[in-house]
Design a protein around this ligand. Structure first.
Ligand code: S6P
Ligand code: ZN
Length: 193
């Protein structure tokens, strides 16, 4: 059956919109605890609960050698001076790596090695490619003014582990400083959690 292999079934390149697929939507309320400025988060949530991103997961097969991919649309916006972001996760099967391909918009990815804590910020824009090694927590941020659209390709058995991020969050934050995305250590992060 060919349709699962036809990207245009899921993504309209002309409009940048997801067209179908198993779509997950995340709103601001789903990202409680992710943003550094808790009072800015609560103030915004009291006013509205905007859609931050949607991901269409395409899962052609469940075999050992199969690949899955997610097409993500992350909307622009900020909470305080921190960009709209994804929840972020490690893969449940830790060795699983992932390749991100930027399709449109301007963003960055925050990558954090689980064992060393080493962090880096990589630009994610149209035509950029980011390799996320295994054992690496990853989170995407929209640093521009239009939707950020990207594909992430990963082993079928990768899975998602959101728990570690929910408990400790990333060691670093990305904020807008002097008009540019800037990587900073997170203040008040408890290592003992
Ligand atoms: C899956 C891949 C992406 C994310 C998507 C949303 O391995 O990394 O498809 O699922 O960017 O992020 P999150 O952190 O909410 O799953
Ligand atoms: Zn992933």
């Amino acid at each position: 059956m060919l349709p699962p292999f036809d990207l245009t079934q899921y993504y309209n390149a002309a409009t940048g919109e997801l067209t179908s697929g198993k779509c997950v939507e995340r709103r601001l309320s789903d990202l409680k605890g992710c943003f550094a400025d808790a009072s800015a988060f609560e103030a915004r949530l009291a006013a509205e609960n905007p859609l931050l991103y949607a991901v269409a997961a395409v899962e052609p097969g469940q075999g050992e050698g199969d690949l899955h991919y997610g097409i993500g649309v992350l909307y622009p916006g900020k909470i305080g001076n921190e960009y709209f972001m994804t929840k972020g996760h490690l893969h449940a099967w830790r060795p699983a790596a992932e390749v991100y391909i930027g399709l449109r918009g301007q963003g960055v990815m925050l990558l954090e090695d689980e064992s060393t804590g080493d962090s880096r910020m990589e630009p994610l824009t149209s035509n950029s490619i980011i390799y996320v090694p295994g054992h690496t927590a990853h989170r995407t941020m929209n640093t521009g003014n239009e939707p950020l659209v990207y594909i992430g390709v990963y082993p079928a058995k990768a899975g998602h582990d959101y728990q570690a991020i929910a408990e400790k969050n990333f060691r670093h934050i990305v904020i807008e400083k002097s008009g540019k995305p800037t990587l900073l250590p997170r203040m008040n992060r408890s290592e003992s959690l």
